[in-house]
Design a protein around this ligand. Structure first.
Ligand SMILES: NC(=O)c1ccc[n+]([C@@H]2O[C@H](COP(=O)([O-])OP(=O)(O)OC[C@H]3O[C@@H](n4cnc5c(N)ncnc54)[C@H](OP(=O)(O)O)[C@@H]3O)[C@@H](O)[C@H]2O)c1
Length: 375
C-alpha cells in the first residue's frame, strides 16, 4: 500500500473538533515559502474552510511566493492572521485588491467569483477559482492535474495576460481521481455515483453546526438548524443543493457535466445521488463503472495502486476499507471495495468505494497543484 503523502497533526480544522470556539485565524506551520522570485498571491476567502486550507497547503508544499494578500469580507477585515511566522491583517476584498497580483486563489462563493474574478483577470492575474461560477464556460479550463493537465498547457505566470482556471467540484475530483486511471485502460461508458458528503463541504459554519447539534441532541435539547433546514446530527439527508425540475439536485448535475468536460467525452453516461452524512470532514463515494473493454478486478487494483494521488485500502480479510477519518487531512484519495459488478456481463463492470478529503484534494490542494503548474 502506498504511503499517504501528507499527515498533519495540528491542522486548524482538526483542532476545531476539540474547541467549540470560532477557529483561530492562523496556521501554525513555520516553514517559509516567502521568496523574492516567487509570484505574488492573493487568497480570497482566507477566513473560510478552503481559504485556511490554502495556507496549510502552501506551507506543506513550500509553494513559493514573494507576497501574499489575505482577503475576505468586511466581517473579517482588520483581523490579524499569523502565517509562516508573519502577522498579516485580513483586508476587505475590493476592486483594488488585485493590483500587482500574479495568482489569485478564490474560495468565497460563486457570486464573489463572478464579480471579482473578471476584475482580477483584468488586472493580469491568473485566477484559480474554487466555486462553480465558471466551470462550464467553454473557454475556462476545468482541471485536475493528475487527470487533464493538458487543459492548461501554456498557462504561465508572466504570460502577459490574466486568465481564469476552474477547480472542479469536490465530489467530481474525488470520483475522477479513482475512475480516470481505469477509464484510460478500459473506457468508462457509464458511471453511477452515490455520495456520502461531509459537513466540511458546506464550509466552516456547517462544521460548527454539526458539532453544536451533536452536543444539543446528546443533552436532549432541540438542535439548532441555521445552515441546514433539518437535523443533521444522527441523521442524513439529500444534499442541500437546489433541486432542479428534473429531480436531480445541482450537486448531482455537477458530477454529470464536469465529468464530461474533464474527460472531454460528451458521450459518457453519468448519474449521481448526493447525500449529506454527519461526518465532519472528507467525502465518501460509491462508484459503479461500466466499461467498453474488459477490465478484471486484479488489473484494476494494480492500475489504482500505481495511480498518482491514489492509495488502495482493500483488505477483505480484515474488512478494512477507506473511511473518511483515515483520509482526513491527507492528500491522497483512498480506494477500496474493488470488485467485479455481478450484475454486468464478464469483466465489463466494477464497483469501487472512494474516500477523499474534499477540503484538501477536493479544493485547496488541487488548486495549489494547478498554481504549481503555472510557475
Ligand atoms: N468546503 C469545501 O469542501 C469546498 C470544496 C470545493 C469548493 N468549495 C467552494 O469554495 C468556496 C468557499 O467554501 P468554504 O467551504 O471555504 O466556505 P466558508 O468556510 O463559508 O468560507 C467562505 C469565505 O468566503 C468569504 N466571503 C464571504 N462573503 C464575502 C465577501 N462579500 N467578500 C469577500 N469574502 C467573502 C468569507 O469571509 P468572512 O469570514 O469574512 O465572511 C470566508 O472567508 C465556495 O464557493 C465553495 O463552493 C468548497
Amino acid at each position: 500500500m502506498a504511503a499517504f503523502t501528507s499527515n498533519k497533526t495540528h491542522h486548524f480544522l482538526t483542532r476545531k473538533l476539540t474547541t467549540p470556539t470560532r477557529r483561530p485565524l492562523k496556521s501554525t506551520r513555520v516553514r517559509m515559502s516567502l521568496q523574492e522570485s516567487g509570484p505574488s498571491l492573493a487568497v480570497v476567502g482566507v477566513s473560510g474552510a478552503v481559504g485556511q486550507e490554502f495556507l496549510s497547503v502552501i506551507s506543506d508544499r513550500d509553494f513559493p511566493y514573494r507576497s501574499i494578500k489575505m482577503l475576505a469580507s468586511k466581517r473579517s477585515a482588520g483581523k490579524p492572521l499569523t502565517f509562516q511566522g508573519r502577522t498579516y491583517t485580513i483586508e476587505e476584498l475590493t476592486e483594488d485588491s488585485f493590483d500587482g497580483v500574479d495568482i489569485a486563489l478564490f474560495s468565497a462563493g460563486g457570486s464573489i467569483s463572478k464579480t471579482f474574478g473578471p476584475v482580477a483577470v483584468g488586472k493580469g492575474a491568473i485566477v484559480v477559482d474554487n466555486s462553480s461560477a465558471f466551470r462550464m464556460e467553454e473557454a475556462v479550463p476545468l482541471v485536475i492535474p493528475e487527470v487533464n493537465p493538458e487543459a492548461i498547457r501554456g498557462f504561465k505566470v508572466g504570460m502577459g495576460k490574466g486568465a481564469l482556471i476552474a477547480n472542479p467540484n469536490c465530489s467530481t475530483i474525488i470520483c475522477l481521481m479513482a475512475a480516470t486511471p481505469l477509464h484510460r485502460r478500459a473506457k468508462v461508458t457509464r458511471m453511477v455515483v452515490s455520495t456520502y458528503q461531509a459537513a466540511s463541504g458546506a464550509g466552516a459554519a456547517a462544521m460548527e453546526e454539526l458539532e453544536l447539534q451533536t452536543r444539543e441532541v446528546l443533552e436532549g435539547k432541540p438542535p439548532t438548524c441555521n445552515i441546514f433546514n433539518q437535523q443533521y446530527a444522527f441523521n442524513l439527508f439529500s444534499h442541500n443543493a437546489p433541486v432542479l425540475s428534473n429531480g436531480y439536485n445541482e450537486e448531482e448535475i455537477k458530477l454529470v457535466k464536469e465529468t464530461r468536460k474533464i474527460w472531454n467525452d460528451m458521450n459518457v453516461r453519468v448519474t449521481a445521488t448526493c447525500i449529506r452524512v454527519p461526518v465532519m470532514r472528507a467525502h465518501a463515494e460509491s462508484v459503479n463503472l461500466q466499461f467498453e473493454k474488459p477490465l478484471d478486478e486484479e488489473t484494476a487494483r494494480d492500475i489504482l495502486k500505481n495511480a498518482p494521488g491514489v492509495v488502495v485500502i482493500d483488505d477483505r480479510a480484515s474488512n478494512h476499507f477507506p473511511t473518511p477519518l483515515e483520509v482526513s487531512n491527507k492528500d491522497d484519495v483512498a480506494v477500496g471495495r474493488i470488485r467485479r459488478d455481478l450484475s454486468q456481463n464478464g469483466d465489463h463492470g466494477l464497483d469501487i468505494f472512494v474516500c477523499g478529503d474534499q477540503i484538501r484534494k477536493g479544493a485547496a490542494l488541487n488548486a495549489i497543484q494547478i498554481a504549481e503548474m503555472l510557475l
